[in-house]
Design a protein around this ligand. Sequence first.
Ligand code: M6R
Length: 612
Amino acid sequence: MCGIVGYFGKRKASEILVDGLRRMEYRGYDSAGIACLFDGQIGLVKNAGKIKDLRAGVNASTDASILNATLGIGHTRWATHGPPNELNAHPHLDASGHFAMVHNGIIENYKEVRNGLAQHGVECISDTDSEVLIQLIGYCYQGNLEDAVSEALKKIKGTYGIVVMTDHEPGKLVTARCGSPIVLGIGKDETLVASDASAIIPHTRDAVYLEDFDMAVITDDGVEMLDLQHAPINREVTAMDWEEGAAEKGDYAHFMLKEMFEQPDAIGNAIRGRLDFDMGTAVLSGLDFSPRETALIGRVLVVGCGTSMHAGMVGEYAIEEMAGIPSEVEQAAEFRYRNPIITPTDLVVAISQSGETADTLAAVREAKHKGAIVSGLCNVVGSTIARETGRGVYLHAGPEIGVASTKAFTCQVSVMLMMALKLARTRRMPRHEGEELCGWIERMPELVEKVLTQNDAIKAVAQKYAQCEDTFFIGRGYLFPVALEGALKLKEISYIHAEGYHAAELKHGPIALLQENTPVVALLNNIPGKDKTLGNAEECKARNAPVIAVVSEGDEGVADGFDDVIVVPDCPPCITPVPTVVALQLLAYHIAAARGCEIDQPRNLAKSVTVE
Ligand code: M6R
């Protein structure tokens, strides 16, 4: 969602800030702004709209602060309280104009704080919840910025990642976090602050991740880390291991396209060093249970949202089928609020690409609170869920910038399969079966590569259906979560209404909607239940709905009589989701491209959903 960047150093702040915001555009936003501090003056440029508009505003500015400052803050806002306009865009100033702040998160008691400030003659001018915080900081200021920040933070309820500056103390930036990520980039003679490592990575690899209730004071003397009571704290500097160019689009038209084509390498990275052929098992160092501890796991609960939840469903099926351990997947928000029953032998696996999704993080906290063993499966290194679960497994998929999650899903499924294998081998799976599964997991990059070679053929199918307004995706067993994921991909980037259904469920209502312009994508791969799904696809055809059949290589005859066919490699049922979803990702991408949609930043969506 919103993005934060701050700069303290010797270079031109406005350029670094705007570039940092550009690198965070993928997170989703609808307005942007920067504030720079020079010669005791704060200069401000902000607008509704895109970073290119902000850049134009900055380039046109004659304000000495914008032109000369080597210290400043910037923000991309995804509107929550109040529409996306210049007034509501960050940075916000206090009433005196001497304090500027950017804020991510939600101030839950903002109305109460605003009314309290009004009683002391301080009026807020924007619709945002954020503004009350900088007004409060200005109001609390008595000569020391970090004192004012910690005083103000004690009075608010909610979540925040903030960076604040004041022209009363021109050589200082103060940042703090609670619930919204903040990372410091420690460079030579400069310090960067951001909500997302992508804004920092071009400048330095040395990062310090703030934890909740941490505050950092950045001055010429360096970075001082404090808690809100001003006691010094230590946070280690870690090296960010992103490859140069990993967060750049290169020659691809979109990040999503690049990330789909990166999947063979990404899956290769996710499985590298984690398969033990000798023992026919997987080695996941984050899940370093002894066989005895593993044997005691009574149930696996998987929590996540969106695409991550769909990957969790594949994991649920695999864990039950292979390990014989009862497993359930649950939408993280539902899990956190319905007072779930958790026992000490439950393993709760939280899946999140970003590691920052608010509901998944809250589910982790609830599960920990109730005494479960909690593990995180995240892509973003150092993210909150990864750190709070401790016992985590990283995906190693590399940065995923496109809002539509692609390589994260296939890597999540790869890791879930390895987790199922590990659990299964300490239970009932014999070594030779484990070895065979290791072989199939190792082949997944090659299977995906094969699907990617059909890009042009899938594009041709996509172009036939680009003008439809409603679609259905149907599947069974391991392909049911893939049907959900295929529909999610299509709706989020093409704005076509797409529903993923269990193939058996169609007759219980949705079939009423089928007509000649409602295509049905039927997942007819060679897995148990295929014949039943085939019958369901025939029922769709009988109602004049065009059917796009996804079938296994060598089994193309299944598609006879249907309108279009996409062939994916034949493989065991638990492996099928990976190559099949890649075909659906390509289908969604080409439909969206044919409709001229903004693929990497679909309307209303954010990459990381940090509010409930
Ligand atoms: O970062 P997370 O994996 O926790 O994100 C969860 C969902 O917000 C995410 O998967 C979302 O559904 C994607 N936009 C789907 O492509």
